[in-house]
Design a protein around this ligand. Structure first.
Ligand code: SF4
Ligand code: SF4
Length: 370
């Protein structure tokens, strides 16, 4: 597989400038010929939030990609399935509905008649638009992820799986490594043809939903999701080999056998690394006493990271309860807006933190009880 990764500096969400940069990136990476094709764009719309929060791919990036593809005669469809997906969903607050209306791109609801594909050893339902289009272009957002540490190109493909079927995968693949295997299986079944990551502004800290917006200042493109994710996680100051999807995909050797095979086209990478990026510290790649202890005893549940519910912030919206794939949380029968965790049942998938829009779920680690 083509392993070119192209990076271009970009500090503003200016549609005209981004359209030119996308043309340059796409052509530098030998992106697939878009002429007269029917193309599905798959941004990351974790939830329908204000673009300033950096939860979703910025609408200017979506618009610029549509303009570039339409200039080549392509017919463009746009779709994604957020964590909580109700039929008829449209991403109004994130600005993507307005972009579709302005450009004439069609918004598709992934919940409508999904079809089944084989991913690893099992079958899973995916958006029917995957089968009905010639090309898929994925538009991931540069963000941390409490479970997978970083959410990039490989993770963004999960949004092709509509609705609650996504969360249910956490109950089937119950730890980070097994979930990484599943994500790579899924990409091997329905691999998008090109990836353009919105890293103009990204999210550090407790992503993918509750982190802190931060300027990264680049757009990153590749036809190879693993090559892109290795470069993106390097820019976020991770050791790319501590990101589980990277290690699983590298071990399989289908997209890349060695990071040294990446053909890099862009500014000096060292100058782009965000040395102060607030990473998710899990495996303890930094050589501290804490990481030494954690790595030796990480299977002991008492020192694992876990969701902690901040009752004073809770509105009682119940979204965390709806998304939890193993029914490990419930409302307190007497106390108002007070979510109760069944710690023994919790599989640490962190979906509850991902969907909470009120900063009422934090992921914390404590040595002895909560
Ligand atoms: S913790 Fe968050 S998602 Fe859960 S009920 Fe409270 S506000 Fe809603
Ligand atoms: S309580 Fe939260 S972290 Fe635990 S299983 Fe449910 S959604 Fe996942």
């Amino acid at each position: 597989m083509n392993s070119i990764v192209a990076i271009r500096k970009c500090n503003e969400y200016n549609v005209t400038e981004i359209t030119d940069l996308i043309a340059d990136i796409y052509e530098s990476c030998n992106g697939p010929d878009p002429r007269n094709k029917k193309i599905l764009l798959k941004p990351n719309i974790l939830s329908d939030s204000d673009p300033l929060k950096c939860v979703s791919t910025h609408p200017a990036v979506v618009e610029a990609m549509i303009i570039y593809l339409q200039s080549k005669g392509a017919t463009v469809l746009v779709g994604d399935s957020p964590s909580i997906h109700m039929r008829g969903f449209r991403p109004v607050n994130s600005g993507i509905t307005a972009v579709c209306e302005k450009t004439g791109a069609e918004w598709v609801d992934f919940l409508l008649s999904p079809s089944a594909v084989k991913a690893g050893g099992s079958r899973i339902r995916i958006a029917s638009a995957v089968r009905e289009t010639d090309l898929i272009i994925s538009l991931p957002k540069f963000k941390n992820h409490e479970l997978m540490l970083f959410t990039g190109a490989i993770k963004n493909t999960l949004g092709l799986v509509p609705g609650f079927i996504k969360a249910r995968q956490h109950a089937i693949h119950q730890d980070r490594d097994r979930f990484a295997e599943f994500l790579v299986d899924l990409n091997e079944s329905v691999l998008p043809h090109f990836f353009l990551m919105d890293a103009v502004r990204g999210m550090e800290g407790p992503g993918p939903g509750q982190g802190i917006p931060v300027s990264i200042g680049v757009l990153i493109g590749s036809a190879n999701p693993l090559a892109l994710d290795i470069i993106a996680t390097t820019l976020a100051d991770y050791d790319p080999l501590e990101i589980p999807t990277n290690t699983v995909a590298l071990a399989r050797g289908k997209w890349l056998r060695d990071p040294g095979e990446i053909i890099y086209d862009g500014p000096e990478p060292e100058s782009l690394v965000k040395k102060d990026f607030k990473r998710i510290i899990e495996s303890g790649s930094k050589n501290t006493l804490y990481s030494f202890i954690f790595n030796r005893f990480k299977r002991i549940r008492r020192i694992q990271r876990r969701p902690v519910f901040i009752h004073r912030n809770c509105t009682g919206c119940m979204e965390c309860i709806r998304i939890c794939p193993v029914n490990a949380i419930r409302m307190h029968p007497e106390k108002k807006n007070h979510v109760v965790l069944n710690d023994r049942q919790c599989i640490r998938c962190f979906c509850c933190s991902e969907v909470c829009r009120y900063h009422a779920v934090e992921i914390r680690r404590k040595l002895f009880g909560v």
